[in-house]
Write a protein that binds this ligand. Structure first.
Ligand SMILES: [Zn+2]
Length: 469
């Protein structure tokens, strides 16, 4: 990706929501040569004009937690397909977890990964390094070496760092380089063999459950270790109301702890994991198998409250694409994970429409919130004049039915298939270039330079195509 660009657009009459500056007002936003400016300048004819009445412009979204699967699992996703899907979801920056094959646990592997990103990605990709070699939970990685390769944090995501001494050392060393340890907080032995939340639905379906306490025990331990070391622990995909309260109390006490939540753990519950088969029998929907699992109503509400009240800093996708075969078989055999990029913003906006969340807070948690967790405000430059255009345009009210066959992600695995959601992404501009333009966008064009001609035009990048540079 390059910063230079011939992108010239006027977005007319948008609601401009910029959590960086606190601006929330209707107005025109002008992008000239890929940068936000206050005036059109002399040569108007080069501009695309978009009718944005009823639409929202916000900074391009930041995702702290996703799985791009490359290297090693290219049948599930690649950097090219994953970042195309991210752009279609409104994301301009994504942080990818290191559980690739091989994992991102050495300097050489992170450097090789960054080369692939430079070649294939159409949004910014920031790697997270592993905590331990081979993600085996035993020997720490070269924390300083990986930090020098610009990893944004350390995580053995997918697995809990079970050894308390290893986690203590990880927090201490990560603190020395100013980075967080991102904690898949869940006691592994308590959830071994589990399929869904340990609760009434697991009982009904006679399936092994994963108790909320497995998460709460891990959160309690890692609060204690963050206090002990002064390190920064970031709780990944928090799912229980009690865990949120533990994080709140630790924050009040001054422990360096942040947290993230996924749209699916807020919008869905364990009841959404039940489907009725052709013979009328209740059974488990493998598409809803996710780790940590969907919880009950009270926990989902507790997580939403945590976002609303500022305990949870970031809303993340935990985008975890899988092949059809990976998600097939018995509930015990099916892989964990949801393909999340292309439904995340819509899921959040659906929550906003139902009154569960306020739009400003939600957008904060999708932009400056995650940037702040990483201590990298620069990845969310905001929409003020003079900044490189880095934004998402979306229709907050549009309704649509989720059809995974239309995802740009190779992963079509979603429990939201067939559900009606509110809110659609129309365009994503990354570093002054159009990374995604929806097929709905030409309908919003109101003259000026026609869409579909020339570089830098809003329809220049066909969804799914790699960046031209
Ligand atoms: Zn995880």
């Amino acid at each position: 990706m390059t910063a230079s660009s011939s992108l010239n657009v006027v977005f007319h009459g948008a609601r401009i929501v910029d959590p960086v500056s606190g601006r929330d007002a209707e107005g025109d936003l002008i992008v000239r040569d890929g940068a936000v400016v206050t005036r059109l300048g002399d040569s108007h004819e080069d501009f695309t004009h978009v009718d944005c009445r009823g639409l929202v412009i916000a900074p391009a979204l930041v995702d702290l937690h996703c799985h791009l699967r490359e290297p090693g699992f290219e049948e599930k996703e690649t950097i090219a397909t994953g970042t195309a899907a991210a752009a279609a979801g409104g994301f301009g920056t994504v942080c990818c977890m290191p559980n690739t094959r091989p994992p991102l646990d050495t300097v050489a592997r992170v450097i090789a990964f960054s080369e692939m990103v430079r070649r294939d990605a159409c949004v910014k990709v920031l790697p997270v390094g592993a905590v331990t070699l081979g993600r085996r939970g035993q020997s720490l990685v070269d924390v300083r070496g990986l930090a020098d390769c610009e990893v944004v944090g350390f995580s053995d995501d997918g697995d809990y760092v079970a050894d308390t001494v290893v986690m203590r050392d990880a927090l201490s060393r990560a603190a020395l380089v100013g980075l967080p340890v991102i904690d898949h907080a869940q006691d592994g032995r308590l959830v071994a063999g589990g399929v869904l939340n340990e609760g009434p639905v697991a009982k009904r379906l006679k399936l092994r459950g994963m108790p909320a306490e497995a998460e709460e025990l891990a959160v309690a331990r890692d609060i204690a270790l963050a206090r002990l070391t002064g390190g920064h622990v970031h709780i990944a995909h928090i799912t229980t109301a009690r865990a949120v309260e533990m994080v709140r109390r630790a924050q009040q006490e001054g422990v360096r702890i942040t947290a993230e939540a996924t749209p699916h753990h807020m919008l869905l519950t364990e009841e959404d994991a039940v489907v009725v088969d052709s013979s009328g029998v209740n059974c488990f929907n493998n598409q809803a198998k996710v780790n940590p699992p969907l919880r009950g109503k009270a926990d989902a509400a507790g997580v939403v409250r945590g976002v609303d009240e500022g305990v949870i800093d970031a809303i993340v996708t935990d985008h975890a694409p899988h092949t059809v075969a990976d998600k097939s078989g018995s509930p015990g055999e099916a892989a964990f994970g949801i393909s999340g990029f292309e439904t995340a913003l819509s899921s959040v906006l659906t929550l906003c429409h139902s009154g569960g969340l306020c739009l400003l807070r939600a957008l904060h948690c999708l932009t400056v919130g995650p940037a702040g967790v990483l201590g990298r405000r620069s990845i969310c430059p905001g929409l003020e004049s003079g900044t490189t255009a880095h934004l998402v345009l979306f229709d907050p009210d549009a309704t649509f039915v989720v059809d995974a066959s239309r995802f740009l992600s190779l992963g079509k695995n979603t429990p939201l298939e067939g559900r009606t959601l509110r809110g659609r992404v129309l365009a994503t501009i990354v570093d002054g270039r159009c990374a995604y333009a929806s097929e709905l966008l030409p309908g919003k064009c109101m003259g000026g330079r026609p869409l579909g001609t020339g570089r830098g035009d809003l329809s220049d990048s066909v969804p799914g195509s790699p960046d031209p540079t």
